[in-house]
Design a protein around this ligand. Structure first.
Ligand code: GAP
Length: 444
């Protein structure tokens, strides 16, 4: 059953602490478009940096790319998005609302007199289903005409396919090799929702791995394993991650095989990443539509072939939401509710809060100096307002793993207390050892 209370609490915490705000809020918001605040942008950046390190920097067989959002419109004909990236929709002629044809709230059969509009309740006012393309259109150049239409990309993958030869030749890679990209994608989703789970503007972290036909199944299995390991290493609850295989009737038009990594959200098991064996569909189509040869000559095997592609495709926003949902907890501490985001220290937006115990006896001066020193090494936050317990609670809600307090003893022996967010235990550490103490615990 959907735990809407938990999602409501999380949405409220995200706004209160500056993780996520509704887009254009002062104008009443824009449907399913969200902005990341000071903590949210750090959280999402940590997710993307970790992905980039694992996929590009830690490997010598994957290159990075940053292709433009706008692409030649023929790209989307070749990819199948112009003809196939559509959902069947019905309109209510009475109240003018629009629904997906498979909306479970519709009673009866859309287009028939018995069908009832789920919003205004009128009967017989729903149109026959019509296909509605999910790509956002805009115009390039000064004239708004059919010939000037360009699309906001609905996935980053196509930018990789059309650049595959450029990257291959300039990087002197050999197949098997991959190209990774992080970037915005746009979909005019009909049923968006669940906060940042399904939005109309989002970021993808996609990697396309080019392999010799016949080796694709083996690579597919390897990539499945590596990607699941990556999600586990984020510190997510293992029992809340699972595989979901696409059946033959669920496979996308390009896929020979597909598995989703799913997470158990408060609103049910949902996809956070897809691993697809795309065969030679993409390069074959771009070769056909562009008229440019995209095959590969393998000197060692003295063979020419069109590479197969194994794709890993994750949403940065979805991973960020997964981390927030997984980390959120409430505990009873000394008769009060403590709200904690138990984020993995490597993912937490702020790594340490720095506090003078009281605003006197030279403590603020020492704490400020310590804060400025630490800030060169990691994102920290200085807070001297309110009781120390309140300051710790604020950091708990932000997911900050360490609280460093300058107290009466600091002046005499140059030590501070380090409070651990989860156990609420405190260690006394020499200021000179603080940098290495934190670095050790933040690694990984
Ligand atoms: N290139 C393949 C592709 O785009 P997809 O399953 O449509 O496959 C991949 O999308 C990932 O992108 C999803 O697993 C999800 O994490 C993310 N994603 C897709 N649509 C999204 C949306 N409307 N809002 C947020 N994330 C989305």
């Amino acid at each position: 059953m959907a735990d809407t209370a938990l999602m409501d609490k999380l949405v409220s915490l995200c706004k209160r602490r500056g993780f996520v705000f509704q887009s254009s809020e002062i104008y009443g918001g824009l449907g399913s478009v969200w902005d990341y605040g000071p903590l949210g942008v750090e959280l999402k950046k940590n997710v993307k940096d970790r992905w980039w390190r694992a996929m590009v920097h830690a490997r010598d067989d994957i290159e990075g790319l940053d292709a433009a959002i706008l692409m030649h419109p023929r790209v989307w004909e070749a990819s199948g998005h112009v003809s196939g990236f559509a959902d069947p929709l019905v309109d209510c002629r009475q109240c003018k609302n629009r629904f997906r044809a498979d909306d479970p709230r519709i009673k009866g059969t859309a287009g028939q007199p018995d069908a009832q509009c789920p919003v205004c309740g009128s009967r017989g006012t729903l149109t026959e289903p019509r296909m509605f393309n999910l790509m956002f259109k805009t115009f390039m150049g000064p004239v708004e005409e059919q010939a000037a239409i360009v699309y906001l990309r609905p996935e980053t993958a196509q930018g990789i396919y059309v650049n595959y030869l450029n990257v291959l030749q300039s990087s002197r890679q050999k197949i098997p090799f991959g190209i990774a990209q992080i970037g915005k994608a746009f979909r005019n989703e009909i049923t968006p929702g669940n906060f940042i789970f399904r939005t109309r503007e989002f970021e993808q972290m996609e990697m396309q791995f080019f392999v010799q036909p016949g080796t694709d199944v083996e690579w597919f299995e390897r990539w499945r394993e590596w990607r699941m390991q990556w999600h586990h290493a984020l510190g997510l609850t293992p029992s809340k991650l699972r595989w979901q295989q696409h059946g033959p009737d669920e496979l996308a038009h390009y896929a020979r095989a597909a598995f989703d990594i799913e997470y158990q959200f408060p609103f049910g098991w949902q996809e956070i990443e897809g691993i697809h064996n795309r065969g030679d569909f993409d390069l074959g189509r771009h070769q056909q539509f562009s008229g440019k040869k995209l095959d590969y000559f393998d000197q060692a095997a003295n063979a020419r072939f069109l590479p197969y592609i194994v794709e890993t495709s994750a949403g940065a926003d979805r991973v960020a939401l997964t981390l927030l949902v997984d980390a959120y907890r409430e505990e009873e501490v000394e008769g009060e509710t403590r709200v904690v985001l138990g984020l993995h220290p490597a993912i937490a937006p702020i790594k340490a809060g720095v506090f003078p115990l009281v605003k006197k006896d030279g403590m603020p001066e020492v704490a400020t100096e310590l804060y400025h020193d630490l800030r060169k090494q990691l994102p920290c936050f200085y807070d001297d307002s309110g009781a120390i317990g309140r300051r710790y609670r604020r950091m708990d809600e932000a997911g900050t793993p360490f609280g460093i307090t300058v107290d009466g003893q600091t002046q005499s022996d140059r030590t501070v207390t380090v409070r651990h967010r989860d156990a609420m235990r405190q260690d006394r550490i020499g200021i000179d050892r603080l940098g290495s103490f934190l670095a050790e615990r933040l690694a990984g």
